[in-house]
Design a protein around this ligand. Structure first.
Ligand code: DAH
Length: 390
């Protein structure tokens, strides 16, 4: 009959000694008949496996079951037994000249690694006093950090954060933003389309969103005015990578809708935000532009915070502002009434509400803020570059 761990009722020193002796005699008998590596593994696991091995069982049955006053002596007996079992298992391994390195499949070896480690260490194969593998703690990526800074400026003004899908439908990315099918304005955003969509209606077809603006519509469908949101997110365009372009980049969008929102509100809000981001001495400047979803539309520039607006750095020309003293930061405008028409039923009657919107590239702002001259560096995952923000 194979040995099984008995329950103890008597925890006297004598009883513990008898129980230990019985266990060790079974151990000796079983050890004597182990003939090869395979049998040794079974033997070792029967006695030492973490899960349900005999050592684990005596720990559970004898030690944990011991009355309080007998805990100490039981613990001593259990420790003695453990040491002898380990010695026996090692002894059989040595007798059979079983190599230290695992010879069976790796999966079963991993759970045994602690036992192996001791053997490796004894054999001088592993120096367990060496320091372990050091894992670096990550840091916020510069683009994400910049995004968070922009978002928090607007959160302090009472804006909430909205997000939407990166894989978007033609409807949200273009149509509901007043880019009709085949309209030339679509050419300004070279789009990556998802393949195999031909059987769907045009507005249902999927693409990688080219801007965060579709989340304007998605949010207006869900929430009634008044609305103040910022929308951070990843966008894609079919632009070949170079120092200032990446097929994947990041935007932060903003939208405010209420009654009587004016272009003055837009200017005041963005002027405040730029001072919060780049320092209180920067000036803002708006130039007319065109976006299908805003009317009127503008591009906003800030005075160059690198050369202070002079266009020169000492005797050198200032490169970031191309010597103009101004840096283009974002597109903006008053929400086009045609856009509100798409969400009219949710309270956005263009006769009653008005709003402004803006969108900026977070990567571009990060490049400027940190004086990085190549956007590719942000996405190559080179730790030597990224650890500067650690
Ligand atoms: N979506 C535009 C782009 O990616 C940026 C933009 C311009 C967003 C004007 C806006 C806006 O909300 O009002 O080029």
């Amino acid at each position: 009959m194979a040995y099984t761990v008995p329950k103890l009722t008597d925890y006297s020193a004598g009883a513990l000694e008898r129980a230990s002796a019985e266990l060790l005699s079974a151990l000796g008998k079983e050890a004597a008949v182990v003939k090869n590596e395979e049998e040794w593994r079974i033997f070792r696991d029967r006695w030492m496996a973490r899960k349900n091995g005999i050592l684990t069982q005596i720990n559970d049955v004898w030690l944990k079951g011991a009355p309080k006053e007998a805990k100490r002596v039981t613990g001593q007996s259990v420790n003695l037994v453990k040491a002898q079992v380990e010695e026996k298992v090692d002894g059989v391994k040595a007798r059979l000249q079983i190599p230290h390195f695992p010879t069976t499949n790796l999966g079963s070896e991993i759970s045994e690694s602690e036992f192996e480690l001791e053997a490796f260490s004894k054999a001088g194969l592993v120096d367990i006093t060496l320091p372990g593998v050091h894992r670096e703690i990550g840091a916020e990526h510069p683009v994400i950090r910049t995004t968070n800074e922009i978002v928090s400026v607007f959160q302090k003004l009472g804006y909430s954060v909205a997000e939407g899908p990166v894989v978007e439908t033609d409807y949200y990315n273009f149509e509901a933003l007043n880019f009709p099918p085949n309209h030339p304005a679509r050419d300004t955003q070279d789009t990556l389309f998802i393949a195999g969509q031909q059987s769907k209606a045009a507005r249902e077809r999927l693409l990688l969103r080219t801007h965060t603006s579709p989340v304007q519509i998605r949010t207006m469908e869900k929430m009634r005015p008044p609305l103040r949101i910022v929308i951070p997110g990843t966008v894609h365009r079919n632009d070949p990578p170079d120092a200032s372009h990446s097929p994947m980049f990041h935007q932060v969008e903003g939208l405010a809708v209420d009654t009587n929102i004016t272009f003055g509100d837009l200017k005041g809000t963005l002027d405040h935000a730029m001072k919060a981001l780049f320092g209180s001495s920067v000036k803002t400047h708006f130039r007319p532009s065109f976006f299908p979803f805003t009317e009127p539309s503008a591009e906003m520039y800030v005075s160059c915070f690198i050369c202070g607006g002079s266009g020169k750095r000492g005797a050198e020309p200032c490169r970031p502002c191309k010597q103009t003293g101004w840096i283009e930061i974002l597109g903006c405008g008053m929400v086009d009434p045609n856009v509100f028409e798409f969400v009219k039923d949710n309270g956005y009657d263009p006769k009653k509400v008005s709003g402004f919107a803006f969108g900026m590239g977070a990567d571009r702002i990060a490049l400027l803020k940190y004086g990085v001259d190549d956007i590719q560096l942000f996405f190559q995952g080179d730790v030597r570059f990224l650890q500067q923000w650690g």
